[in-house]
Design a protein around this ligand. Structure first.
Ligand SMILES: C[S@@+](CC[C@H](N)C(=O)[O-])C[C@H]1O[C@@H](n2cnc3c(N)ncnc32)[C@H](O)[C@@H]1O
Length: 370
């Protein structure tokens, strides 16, 4: 499903509401993985709060993931607000609509108010609360989100995803929670190769989420990230740079396999979360998705399978012998995708469930001995 960080229905990469709060305790800035040390590797879909238009690189995040158990620290943020006043503000904002989870996500990502501190606030409202942004700035973002259904991740410029925070901006799909599993599946299914000998590719990289995760997990291997949208490609480049992956992953502006032609027959692992929403369903998507996320990332054509067909058709040529392709698809496309994989001559077509038990992924291999 394409959607926000913590939604969990069965929509595909596009059918899901864009964003729900994600607990931040497990989120690590990419700097921990060799990024540029700005502490702001970004993840799920929003630009810096102070400049919602997307100056994701201009704002330093608080240490993501640094929220540990322990005593309430002294107020130390650049902005301090009275606890009672903050709780009253929160009630006023919720009266405008939206969910507490979304508002608390905004307080966390844009305000630096981690979930545990927010819980403690309810117990000790007399304590001052440090914030990374004044409440007035957070209120502007919340009102904009309520008025236009603009995804909070775009407004904040980042999105937690797996153990990362990725930069996101309009024009790039907000990485969805289900897609996190695609990384684990790919790592589990990849063929055995000696260190440094594996070649992998991510088709339709968007924010670069899958490519970043694979690049960090397979530091010795050569990776390619392919994308047709220039806007998405720019965002992917930003995320690769912040994660210290420049030079280790090659970004390619291309229609699926085209720019990979020199590597056809040598790709050991190919992942893709292609656009797979049937065109007829697009108008029924939540406004936060339909009105703001790129159609190129969502629209899978009349039956939702156009991109899957294009990818599967050339997989037998592009994969190395024994190489594997792992795809995400819409909740009701499992049988059709397995049929396409088998019809293309790939072996061991296999369906895989997401954490909700939905058949969300499919994989298949090129035979080892043709
Ligand atoms: C569902 S999004 C997935 C983005 C990202 N991999 C993720 O999981 O969040 C599909 C991506 O495929 C890209 N795309 C669509 N058509 C393409 C094509 N013909 N060639 C390459 N990429 C394409 C879209 O721009 C979009 O970034």
């Amino acid at each position: 499903m394409i959607g926000g960080p913590s939604t969990s229905s069965d929509a595909a990469c596009a059918a899901q509401p864009a964003a729900q709060p994600v607990a931040r305790s497990a989120v690590a800035p990419c700097a921990q993985h060799g990024g540029n040390g700005t502490g702001q590797l970004v993840g799920n879909a929003t630009g810096p709060a102070a400049s919602p238009a997307g100056a994701a690189g201009s704002q330093t995040l608080g240490a993501a993931g640094a929220q540990a158990a322990g005593p309430w620290p002294a107020a130390a943020g650049p902005f301090s607000v009275d606890g009672e006043a903050l709780l009253a503000w929160r009630r006023r904002m919720l009266a405008l609509g939206g969910t507490a989870a979304e508002l608390d996500w905004l307080l966390d990502l844009a305000g630096g108010l981690r979930w545990r501190r927010l819980q403690e606030l309810h117990l000790r409202p007399e304590r001052p609360v440090p914030l990374e942004q004044p409440l007035a700035a957070l209120e502007l973002l919340w009102r904009r989100h309520r008025a236009s259904a603009e995804p909070l991740q775009y407004l904040v410029g980042r999105c937690p995803w797996r153990d990362l925070e990725l930069a996101v901006a309009p024009g790039v799909l907000i990485p969805r929670q289900e897609t996190e599993q695609l990384v684990d599946l790919a790592l589990e299914l990849r063929p055995p190769r000696s260190p440094g000998a594996l070649h992998w590719a991510d088709l339709g990289t968007g924010s670069g989420c899958l490519a970043v995760a694979l690049g960090l997990a397979l530091p010795a291997e050569r990776g390619f990230a392919v994308e047709a949208s220039g806007e998405a490609l720019a965002q992917a480049a930003l995320n690769l740079e912040r994660c210290g992956l420049v030079g280790r992953i090659t970004l390619l502006h291309s229609n699926w396999w085209a720019a990979l032609e020199p590597w056809w027959g040598k790709l050991d692992l190919v992942v893709s979360n292609p656009p797979y929403i049937p065109s007829g369903l697009l108008s029924g998507l939540e406004p936060v998705v339909r009105d703001h996320e790129p159609a190129l990332a969502l629209d899978g054509g009349p039956d939702g399978l156009e991109a899957v067909r294009a990818i599967v058709a050339l997989a037998p040529q592009a994969l190395a012998p024994g190489g594997v392709v792992v795809l995400e698809h819409h909740h009701d496309q499992s049988a059709a995708v397995l049929d396409l994989l088998a019809a293309a001559g790939l072996e061991q077509p296999q369906a895989h469930r997401d954490l909700e038990g939905v058949l969300r992924f499919a994989s298949a291999r090129r035979q080892v001995q043709p």
